[in-house]
Structure formats: structure tokens, C-alpha cells
Design a protein around this ligand. Structure first.
Ligand code: NAP
Ligand code: COA
Length: 267
């Protein structure tokens, strides 16, 4: 899809890079010639992903860190070590997220805070740490947002609020750091096949059909669809692009999203 070696030698850090969409981005970056570090909580997922990425390109340098994006010091430590080994960071992806479906009146304050802390505070922690170790000028920061940022989804008050915050943080940091030589953009994926996010919305054939009906293109996206956009945003081709919230959803926003029976979704 993209020119091979388009990211040759680039240093990339991917928070939440050990499964789903973010792992797809990590794989594409490795195939495009980048050195890639991934971070997530579970050591076994980190280890397995590092092995997988090494298998994609024997010349690539790959690092893995087990840490929680809610903990600034451990994120900062991982990013500092990555920059020591790879050099100044060219690309930073913030995509760690947590989600469960619960009606707001049954959500505890700590349940709300948990998702906001992972999605929004976690994104600030990653980008704030990365600022000190980024290539300036030239770095590209990419946040992974969600449709919930601009349309309320039932049972997801926490994620809607958090991802709306991620969109505004994207624009705020693009505004402040444009003159420092850092571009900041966000991708809003639609439903992406084979991911945790989509499993939560299409557990039965009826739900799957409703989901498909909500997408004019009639299919879910793939992790490659999102990775191609991440490569574009990371590359010179996007050199004048910052503060953008880029939707990749097969047109789902045009239908108003997925209409569902809320009770079928409570996890
Ligand atoms: P996923 O497979 O669950 O990926 C989430 C990643 O974040 C995992 O690597 C997970 O690994 C890590 N993570 C979770 N909590 C963390 C924490 N506190 N600290 C550090 N790492 C943490 O999810 P996905 O469905 O691919 O979604 C990826 C991103 O795309 C998310 O930002 C999501 O909001 C967005 N998105 C997804 C869809 C979709 O269709 N799936 C649609 C729109 C937007 P550990 O468990 O090891 O921590
Ligand atoms: N319904 C209502 N509340 C829930 C819940 C659910 N299904 N799951 C967790 N909570 C509440 C807990 O009860 C707790 O609140 P309390 O202290 O008032 O009881 C709070 O949320 C924190 O739960 P905890 O299990 O301690 O959080 P965690 O930090 O270990 O896990 C999650 C984070 C809950 C977001 C977890 O689902 C997760 O990490 N998911 C990642 C995978 C994922 O969702 N991927 C898709 C990304 S789009």
C-alpha cells in the first residue's frame, strides 16, 4: 500500500501497541522500516508482540515496556529509554484505551475516572513525556480517538467524555507545539474487524447485522486501513498537516452510527 522504507530509520513509540488497531500500526511501521517501541500493561502481551514484530523485519530494532499509561513516571521512563536507544522520537502514537458498557446511573465515580484516566490522562502523559524526547522540528504525534468523541454512545459516558477530551487535547497541543516543530493529529477509526472494540458491539448475529447496516460501505474497516493513515500522518507527505481529527469509518457517521437495544450491550 505504501512505499517500502518510507519510515526507514524513524524512531516510533506506540502506547497500547500490543493488540488490535495499535498493534496493526506497529506492524506497518516495522514493515515501513521504522524502529518501534510498544508499551502496555501486561508483560506477556508485550513480550509476544516484540517477538511478532521482530519476525516481520529482521533488521528492525524493537523494544517493549510493561507499564500503565496512567502512571506518568513509568511512561516517562519508557520513553526516555527509547530515545536513548533509538535517538529522538520521530513518531509517537497514543492509543491505549479501556472500555466497558454501563449506563451512567450505574457507573461509580471510580468507574468513570478509570476510563478517563486511561484514555485522556494517559494520552497527556504519553505526549507530555514524548515532548522532551521528540525530534524538534519534525516529530509527528498521533492520537487514536473514537466516534464517541462527537456522538453520544449509550452506556459510554466515560469514553465519550474522555475521547472528546482527546480531540481537544490534539488541537490544543497542535496549537501550542506547531511552532516547536511537532505536528499533532488524531485518527477516528470506525468499527475495525477483529478488535476488542468491535467484539463489544457485535457479539450476536443480530448485533453484527445492525453494525453492518450502519456503515454505508457495508463492511468493517481493517487494522491495515488505520495503519495506512498512521503512516501517511507520520510521513513527509503530511508535513503541513496538524490539529486534524481524521475520520476513517466507511461513512458510518453519515448514518448517525449504530442504533442498538442498550440492554443487549451491558457487559
Ligand atoms: P485493544 O486491542 O484493547 O487495545 C488496547 C491496547 O491498550 C492494548 O495493547 C492494551 O494492552 C493497552 N492498554 C489498555 N489499558 C492500558 C493502560 N492503562 N496502560 C497501558 N496500556 C493499556 O483495543 P482496540 O479495539 O484495538 O482499540 C485501540 C484504540 O482504537 C483505542 O484507543 C480505541 O478507543 C480506538 N478505537 C477502536 C475502535 C475499534 O473498532 N476497535 C473504534 C474506534 C476507536 P494491555 O491489556 O496489555 O494493557
Ligand atoms: N460495569 C460497571 N463498572 C465497571 C465495569 C463494568 N463492566 N468494569 C469495571 N468497572 C468499574 C469497577 O467496578 C471499578 O469501580 P469501583 O472501584 O467503584 O468498583 C472501576 O470500574 C475500575 O475497575 P478495575 O477493574 O479496577 O479497573 P482496571 O484499571 O483494572 O481495568 C478496565 C480497566 C475496567 C477499563 C478494563 O476493562 C480494561 O482494561 N479494558 C481494556 C480492554 C478494552 O476495553 N479494550 C477496548 C478498547 S476500545
Amino acid at each position: 500500500m505504501f512505499e517500502q522504507n518510507v519510515l526507514k530509520g524513524h524512531a516510533a513509540f506506540i502506547a497500547g501497541g500490543t493488540s488490535g488497531i495499535n498493534r496493526g500500526i506497529a506492524a506497518a511501521f516495522v514493515q515501513a522500516g521504522a524502529q518501534v517501541a510498544v508499551l502496555s500493561r501486561k508483560p506477556e502481551k508485550v513480550e509476544e508482540t516484540v517477538e511478532y514484530l521482530r519476525g516481520l523485519n529482521e533488521d528492525a530494532h524493537i523494544l517493549g515496556f510493561a507499564a500503565d499509561v496512567r502512571d506518568f513516571d513509568s511512561v516517562n521512563d519508557a520513553i526516555r529509554q527509547t530515545a536513548e536507544l533509538f535517538g529522538p522520537l520521530d513518531i509517537v502514537v497514543s492509543g491505549a484505551a479501556g472500555l466497558f458498557i454501563a449506563p451512567a446511573e450505574k457507573m461509580s465515580a471510580n468507574a468513570f475516572k478509570t476510563v478517563v484516566d486511561i484514555d485522556l490522562l494517559g494520552t497527556f502523559n504519553v505526549l507530555r513525556s514524548a515532548y522532551d524526547h521528540a525530534r524538534r522540528p519534525g516529530a509527528s504525534f498521533i492520537n487514536i480517538s473514537a466516534p464517541q468523541a462527537s456522538v453520544p454512545y449509550w452506556g459510554q459516558a466515560h469514553a465519550c467524555a474522555a475521547k472528546a477530551g482527546v480531540n481537544m487535547l490534539t488541537q490544543s497541543l497542535a496549537f501550542e507545539w506547531g511552532s516547536h516543530g511537532i505536528r499533532v493529529n488524531a485518527i477516528v477509526p470506525g468499527p475495525i474487524d477483529g478488535t476488542e472494540g468491535v467484539k463489544k458491539f457485535s457479539g450476536t448475529p443480530a448485533l453484527r447485522r445492525t453494525l453492518m447496516d450502519s456503515v454505508p460501505m457495508g463492511r468493517c474497516g481493517t487494522t491495515e486501513d488505520i495503519a495506512n493513515m498512521a503512516i501517511f500522518l507520520a510521513s513527509e507527505a503530511a508535513a503541513y498537516m496538524t490539529g486534524e481529527i481524521v475520520r476513517l469509518d466507511g461513512g458510518q457517521v453519515l448514518t448517525g452510527g449504530m442504533t442498538i437495544d442498550p440492554e443487549s450491550l451491558v457487559s
